[in-house]
Ligand binder design. Structure first.
Ligand code: F6R
Length: 609
């Protein structure tokens, strides 16, 4: 992961770079650093810890003079988070500085080669080999050294490079990691994401794989690997990327949970006409969808959990064989996909490395790819055959909430569309679901309005050190997300289990006081789930149950604590059931005094495999 930024112009670079890094902290936040060209040398300040630490060390950038520089915010891959492993990394002489996002897979081999030539390394990172190789190959022509260095690297990279011998330029290069160049007024920029520069300019150039850019304050020249100059278009960003503010909320995660009624409405309303679903985004792939004999849904983490719900729904309502596969597993599992397979790729960021790789593999095998993506213009959005955007707005908290809900809403729309085309649901049945779909925002609001009860339950259970989430069918799929939410932000060990599976081994972990969160919204399997609850209670577990309102009477007394979810169409229950689980996790993390928006070891966008 990691975020990189560069600036060259007439202004002081450091404050601009710090401002850019602030917008890239979602990519990693375990350390940060800057390198600025200043009077014949490269000044480097870097440090373990959040960007705030670097901000203080540099006095908001005032301590670093110079009008050209590069910056980095890190999510550690090679080498623990520490001052020495923070970027920028410099060559042995201190004359070349590098910031890097990605992984150099053959760094050990390159390091050995350099060490054998007497090069001394000062960090444990893969990135340092890039700086050292550049110096090793440098014979007076920096671009030539860059070209030679890149030809030796295996893996992925977005790079920003500076040299004291070329104070008038920054060099950028990209392979399988996002990098944009931005055109300013008497200045130019590079960044991992448009968000880092949009305050200054909206004119950007998207660098593609295997391209190298030479950026000065008044020119950007781009070359391919043969060093032929390329003519690339400047794209004007006209979409809204306003900076999200926390306002009066203590955490972005809470604010984003609160925004869900609006987000669902923004995502579904433009795609409904009366009680009909209209997905114009699919027009160019409709014939492929019609002849698809199976569906694969690919994603990571929460996006994969949405895929699991999709699998259940597409099979039940559209009668299409479907499976949800973790993107990181898909690529290496010899998947049986072909031109008759519809692949649905789900990603908030649109930049998740595993998901991108899985999507490319699916396309290579001839499948049609529909992407459900939140970030406009992201890699997945650009490369898929068709994109359905989730209109969730920028999601800042690392743990996803509103983007998850928006993805789920799109899955509901897709399910109805597929069921209609295959004539597996009548117009009347579809219209019934759509009527309920329109009520989701108000029903979510009703749950949010009952949050005090969830806060109370959190106060009962926040000290547990092990939690099991159990449910069947769609409830199991929601358990996957509930369990992930709890563990990632509260650091409590938790697992999601298909309720019927618990007795095949895992029940041995249940002992007096173990918390079991049980989901019982799926009416058809309600009795079976209640039996599973009885089994864990018999072994001393405390049960926090979530059931639909219509089951209140039968559920009362079956759990130690219970929360009731408004009734809705069975297809849509997951959209409601997830909300109290998000809130419960939030309050538990709050009571445990965790860093809710930026949990340890995580990053918002996972751009390494
Ligand atoms: C969990 C979470 C992650 C992401 C996953 C995929 O709260 O946010 O599990 O869902 O890293 O990210 P995207 O959706 O950007 O591909």
């Amino acid at each position: 992961m990691c975020g990189i930024v560069g600036y060259i112009g007439k202004e002081e670079a450091a404050p601009i770079l710090l401002e850019g890094l602030k917008k890239l902290e979602y990519r990693g936040y375990d350390s940060a650093g800057l390198a600025i060209y200043n009077n014949g040398k490269l000044d480097v300040i870097k440090s373990k810890g959040r960007l705030d630490t670097l901000y203080k060390l540099t006095d908001g950038g005032k301590k670093m003079e110079g009008t050209a520089g590069i910056g980095h915010t890190r999510w550690a891959t090679h080498g623990e988070p520490s001052d020495k492993n923070s970027h920028p990394h410099v060559s042995q002489s201190g004359k070349i500085a590098v910031v890097h996002n990605g992984i150099i897979e053959n760094y050990q081999k390159m390091k050995e080669l350099l060490v054998n030539h007497g090069v001394k390394f000062s960090s444990d990172t893969d990135t340092e080999v890039v700086a050292q190789l550049l110096e090793y190959y440098y014979e007076g022509d920096l671009l030539e050294a860059v070209s030679k260095t890149l030809s030796r690297l295996e893996g992925s990279y977005a790079l920003g490079i500076m040299s004291v011998d070329y104070p008038d330029r920054i060099i950028a290069a990209r392979k399988e990691n996002p990098l944009i160049l931005a055109v300013g007024d008497n200045c130019n920029y590079l960044a991992s994401d448009v968000a880092a520069v949009v305050k200054y300019t909206r004119d950007v150039i998207y660098l593609d794989d295997d391209e190298i850019a030479v950026i000065t304050n008044d020119r950007i020249n781009i070359y391919n690997t043969d060093m032929d100059e390329l003519n690339k278009p400047v794209v004007h960003i006209d979409w809204n990327i306003s900076d999200p503010e926390k306002g009066s909320y203590e955490h972005f995660m809470f604010k984003e949970i609160m925004e869900q009624p609006k987000v669902i409405s923004d995502t579904i309303s433009p795609r409904l006409k009366g009680n009909e679903v209209i997905l114009n985004e699919l027009d160019n792939v409709r014939s492929k969808i019609d002849k698809a004999s199976q569906i694969y849904i690919l994603g990571c983490g929460s996006a994969y959990h949405v895929g699991v719900i999709g699998k259940y729904l597409f099979e039940k309502y559209a009668r299409i064989p479907s499976q949800a596969v973790l993107a990181s597993e898909f690529r290496y599992s010899s998947p049986l996909v072909d031109e008759n397979t519809l692949v649905i790729v789900i990603s908030q960021s649109g930049e998740t490395a595993d998901t991108i790789a899985a999507m490319r593999e699916a396309k290579r095998l001839g499948s049609t790819v529909i992407a459900i993506v939140n970030v406009v213009g992201s890699t997945i959005a650009k490369e898929a055959d068709s994109v359905i955007y989730t209109w969730a707005g920028i999601e800042v908290a690392v743990a996803t909430t509103k983007a998850y809900s928006a993805q789920l809403a799109v899955i509901h729309l897709l399910c109805l569309e597929l069921a209609k085309n295959r004539k597996k649901m009548t117009e009347h049945e579809i219209s019934e679901v759509v009527s309920e779909l329109k009520l989701l925002p108000s029903k979510i609001q009703r749950i949010i309005d009952c949050r005090e009860k969830l806060q109370y339950y959190a106060s009962l259970y926040f000290n547990n050190d092990s939690v099991f989430f159990i449910g069947r069918n769609l409830d199991y799929a929601i358990c996957l997300e509930g369990s992930l939410k709890l563990k990632e932000i509260s650091y409590i060990h938790s697992e999601a289990y298909a309720a019927g599976e618990l007795k095949h081994g895992t029940i041995s972990l249940i002992e007096p006081g173990t918390l079991v969160v049980a989901l019982a919204t799926y009416e058809k399997l309600f009795d079976k789930l209640v039996s599973n609850i009885t089994e864990v209670r018999a072994r001393g577990a405390d049960v926090l149950g979530f059931a639909s309102e219509k089951m209140r009477e039968s559920f009362e007394g079956n759990a130690d604590s219970a929360f009731y979810i408004p009734n809705t169409h069975e297809m849509l229950t997951p959209s409601l059931a997830v909300i109290p689980l998000q809130l419960f996790s939030y309050y538990v993390a709050l009571m445990r005094d965790c860093d809710i928006d930026k949990p340890r070891n995580l990053a918002k966008s996972v751009t390494v495999e």
